[in-house]
Design a protein around this ligand. Structure first.
Ligand SMILES: [Zn+2]
Length: 344
């Protein structure tokens, strides 16, 4: 069976996996990233990829890397990454110099979308959206069986569509009330801080502000804490607004929710589904399944490997040959780097 190296490069952690064509991960090598300077990160990548290649032995067709940031689709240069504070870092060139294999680099959220579509929650659908609620909001769109990339690889950047332009929180991008500012895990913390004056005796306030995490708030809400529940309710309200917009743009059969906060499961999904149904006006109510993503933290690595196995960020087998815009970068042997996207 063919296999590929799938790499999930995060701001503080790198994982290289061996992924079989069936989507199964057989090998993992991981390292924390302490030094975010380009050469240090290249060395960390090499340190996880080399042993993965050694374990894979043979039939490795390429290396796929999901990276945060905006990636030049032709060279694999990271044009801009807030996570690493990088500008124009030649990640693609560096990896090609180290490994004698085709290297494919794309935005991590698009890779995760591909992984979930082919092997996870989107399997069997033709129209699909993934939303990962973490520090920010990552995501992606599959439309009519194809991963949507967009003119500048920015399709699926749901995180920066505006939910509350007047009363919202300030987003990392500088604008006010982005979906990411309101509804990421970080957004949940902001909601908790925002309603805190109404809960002067809240136990959550015993936690130092800088240590108050979304997990603690989620668990407190599940345990019935009044302050946490108030924050949770506002967060759910904003989340439903964003999902209604996603339905209007994509009309997917399935929206899969990933990221740490989504481990709340039905505690999150049931109220969200109810509000989404109330507010949906563009398609028949109840026709969009909102479910949890299935691959968890593996989605990015599986998707990156799938990209390498398929010669590009394509959702449907054989699509690379059928799509000229992608085939020109995906078709050249050994030294091509198709795909990229906006910051995740
Ligand atoms: Zn924003």
């Amino acid at each position: 069976m063919r296999r590929a190296i799938g790499v999930d490069l995060g701001g503080s952690h790198a994982m290289a996996t061996v992924v079989e064509e069936s989507g199964t991960i057989t090998v993992r090598h991981e390292q924390d990233i302490v030094d975010r300077s380009p050469n240090a990160v290249f060395a960390t990548l090499e340190a996880v990829i080399r042993p993965a290649l050694a374990d894979a032995k043979d039939k490795v067709v390429g290396i796929g890397i999901g990276s945060p940031g905006n990636v030049d689709p032709k060279t694999g240069t990271i044009r801009w990454s807030p996570n690493f504070n990088w500008t124009n870092v030649p990640l693609g060139d560096a990896m090609r110099a180290k490994f004698d294999l085709p290297v494919f680099i794309a935005n991590d959220a698009r890779c995760a979308t591909l992984g979930e579509y082919v092997f996870g929650a989107g399997r069997g659908t033709r129209n699909f959206a993934l939303l990962t609620l973490g520090t920010g909001i990552g995501g992606g769109i599959v439309a009519e069986g194809e991963l949507a990339l967009g003119n500048q690889m920015g399709a699926g950047e749901f995180g920066h569509h505006t939910i509350r332009s007047e009363s919202g929180f300030i987003c990392g991008c500088g604008r006010v009330g982005c979906f990411e500012a309101q509804c990421s895990g970080t957004g949940l913390i902001r909601h908790a801080v925002a309603v805190a004056p109404s809960f002067p005796r809240s136990k959550l306030l015993d936690v130092p502000k800088e240590k108050l995490g979304s997990k603690a708030i989620r668990k407190a809400a599940q345990a019935g804490d009044g302050h946490a529940l108030a924050a949770w309710k506002n967060w759910i309200d904003d989340l439903a607004t964003g999902l209604v917009n996603v339905i209007a743009f994509v009309n997917p059969e399935v929206i899969a929710m990933g990221g740490g906060v989504s481990s709340a499961g039905d505690f999150m999904l049931e109220p969200v589904r109810k509000l989404v149904d109330e507010r949906t006006t563009t398609v028949p109510k109840g026709t969009t399944k909102i479910i949890r993503a299935l691959l968890g933290n593996d989605a990015g690595a599986v998707g990156a490997a799938t990209m390498a196995l398929r010669g590009g960020l394509v959702a449907t087998l054989g699509a690379a040959a059928a799509a000229p815009a992608r085939a020109d970068s995906a078709g050249a042997p050994n030294h091509s780097i198709p795909a990229a996207a906006e910051a995740g």
